[in-house]
Design a protein around this ligand. Sequence first.
Ligand SMILES: [Zn+2]
Length: 298
Amino acid sequence: MIYNWNIIGHEKQLKMLEGDIASGNLAHAYLLCGPSHVGKYTVAKKLAHTLQCPNNFCGKCATCTQVRKGSHIDTMEYPNNRESIKIEQVREVVARSTMSGQSAYKVVLLQSIERMTPEAANCFLKTLEEPPAKTVFIMTTSHVREILPTIVSRSRIMRFHLFSIEYLTKVLREQFPDSDPEEIDNVAKLSLGKTGKALDLMNEPDKLAYNLKLYKDVLYLLDTDNIVERFRYVEGLMEDDRKRRDFLNVMLHVLRNKLLVDGSDRFIRLISNVENAKSFLKQNVNTRLVLENLMFMN
Ligand SMILES: [Zn+2]
């Protein structure tokens, strides 16, 4: 690699970006799409650094410090604050990107652009149709189907995927050479294919223990024939929204991995049961009923 990205995985995507930079063929707009917590926004932000820092994303110069803190005058950042992106904000972006700047580029970082209101998206589309010179829009989304197709087609698409357990184990071993191999195996197993989650778990032993417990619970419940015990487990999930959500996600992950090893119909059926349970629970259907139904898992 040419640049000091310091990122776990995504070599293919980073090499593509390096190629674009080296050949002077940067797109006006990049759209990084894929599941949440796999590192899309990290890549977006590092690309901003790489474009702005005069010294190979040194991380130390005044420019790098400003980009990191969000105070760099030619780097505009709109991280996901769980609010929609409104037309006023898009107009502000356009106004600022057409002003003359001090840097080689104007960089606009937009996280989770499915947050744009229809008016904002239409206004933004006009900007992409006639992009301001030397401006690079770097956008992310986990919901590409919700994005105006004309915005997608005017962007250079970079796809991100979930990582396999084997791959996560390998990169975690490289990144954390002093860590206990068993801990790394557990983190790789429990991070649901997401590097962001893997790093969280490496840094937070309590979270790791909590997830490990859920993982073992799922394996036990899949194995036991004792319906009384399964129902007792539902009791414990009734009190705790977050645990219930986490349990279902871990269960889905375990089932998908089991399906990869052994393509049995049981796992296909159970995966669809868990997915149905997740969507029922979002619709305020009787929680106990949904979970108890899920526990008939033969
Ligand atoms: Zn720097």
